[in-house]
Design a binder for this molecule. Structure first.
Ligand SMILES: NC(=O)c1ccc[n+]([C@@H]2O[C@H](COP(=O)([O-])OP(=O)(O)OC[C@H]3O[C@@H](n4cnc5c(N)ncnc54)[C@H](OP(=O)(O)O)[C@@H]3O)[C@@H](O)[C@H]2O)c1
Length: 342
């Protein structure tokens, strides 16, 4: 009988942060092709908050353990796993299946990459979801070119700050919306800060660029926001709807309203295009080579100091509810990461 227990956070029913409960379960054993990881760091994201509060068709059913990005040490390998050895540090994305808020987790070996020596596991965890999403959006979907002008909304958030840092490496001219507290951070990341709470961002972009930007990447969503984002574009520009951070304040009804709005923008005769980023729940799983190569490259760039994810807070895994409450409250700069897994 295996006496070692695994502790994890479980969402039994959807609701506010305090639905996150601490649970003790049996230690899992890896099957063929799988690896058991002792988790050192797991990211907390806007996605975790959204599916904790709301049910969406096809998304994780309760009960489930949240956590999309995780970093840890290989503790056991299943049959046929030759790529990883016990004691090695690995990182991986869980493709929308959750599981990261656990002391130990089983993952298919093919979904993991090794973490470069010297890279802090907290920093590595902050890279995974946000920088993969940003890389997919910039390079595969918007297909940005060096010198293009790009407006990033939610620029101090997890995905937004990743967009700025990768945008800098791609030679873009960047503008970023955020709160007053985030202005310094946005400027330090190479973008012109625009305060979304006190400034009219459409007017500001018109002042700064004359005819508008080439690309707007909008993680905030909502009909009014998207309509105004469209008005920031030059003729023939691209508008990418990448997220719905404003669900936090406005509720899920903004999803259909946002879709109707982008439909109207697409039909408007001003040549604006609306490239849709493929879902991060399915694209990496269907394109494992892209996923592994991109993640390994992003981690290498972080280890070399070319990418510096901001860490808003490191919270012990047992206090995951507090981490969710902090992110829900807003006003943070960077990624919240769970640590101290025991
Ligand atoms: N499509 C994909 O594959 C994908 C992947 C990952 C995430 N996402 C989505 O992207 C969204 C953002 O995720 P995240 O993890 O980056 O969240 P996050 O870290 O909470 O960042 C959201 C940011 O948006 C800011 N914000 C809120 N309202 C704003 C407004 N009206 N104008 C400008 N900025 C505003 C927030 O600032 P305050 O703190 O001041 O509120 C915060 O800095 C979520 O909806 C998430 O589900 C999509």
């Amino acid at each position: 009988m295996n006496a070692v227990r695994n502790h994890r956070i479980v969402v039994e029913r959807r609701g506010p942060p305090d639905v996150l409960s601490w649970m003790s379960t049996q230690r899992p054993t890896p099957a063929a092709g799988e690896v058991r990881i002792r988790v050192e760091a797991a990211g907390v994201s806007g996605y975790d908050l959204m599916i904790r509060r709301h049910w969406f068709f096809g998304f994780t059913k309760t009960p489930y353990t949240p956590g999309e990005d995780l970093v840890g040490i290989v503790e056991a390998v299943g049959q046929d796993v030759t790529k990883f050895k016990v004691g090695q540090r690995v990182a991986g994305w869980t493709f929308g299946q959750g599981g990261g808020y656990s002391e130990m987790v089983i993952r298919p070996a093919e979904t993991l990459v090794s973490v470069p020596d010297g890279l802090d596991p907290v920093v590595a965890a902050a890279i995974i979801t946000n920088y993969l999403t940003a890389s997919l959006a910039l390079h595969k979907t918007a297909k940005v070119q060096s010198g293009e002008r790009v407006l990033v909304h939610g620029a101090a958030g997890g995905v937004g700050s990743a967009l700025l840092q990768l945008g800098n490496l791609a030679g873009l001219k960047l503008y970023g919306t955020g709160s007053e507290k985030a202005a310094g951070f946005i400027a330090d990341n190479g973008a012109v800060p625009i305060n979304y709470r006190t400034e009219n961002f459409v007017r500001r972009i018109r002042e700064l660029t004359d005819n508008g930007v080439d690309v707007v990447i909008d993680v905030v969503g909502g009909p009014r926001q998207l309509w105004r984002s469209g008005r920031c574009l030059k003729r023939g520009g691209r508008l990418m709807m990448l997220g719905m951070a404003s669900i936090k304040k406005s509720g899920v009804s903004i999803i259909p309203l946002s879709l109707v709005t982008v439909g109207i923008i697409a039909l408007w005769p001003n040549g604006v295009r609306l490239p849709m980023s493929p879902s991060m729940m399915s694209f990496p799983a269907r394109n494992l080579n892209w996923y592994r190569d991109t993640l390994a490259d992003l981690l290498a760039k972080a280890a070399e100091g070319h990418l510096r994810p901001a860490i808003a807070a490191e919270i012990p895994m047992r206090d995951a509810a507090r981490a969710h409450a902090m992110l829900e409250e807003g006003g943070l700069v960077g990624k919240v990461v769970l640590t101290n897994f025991g």
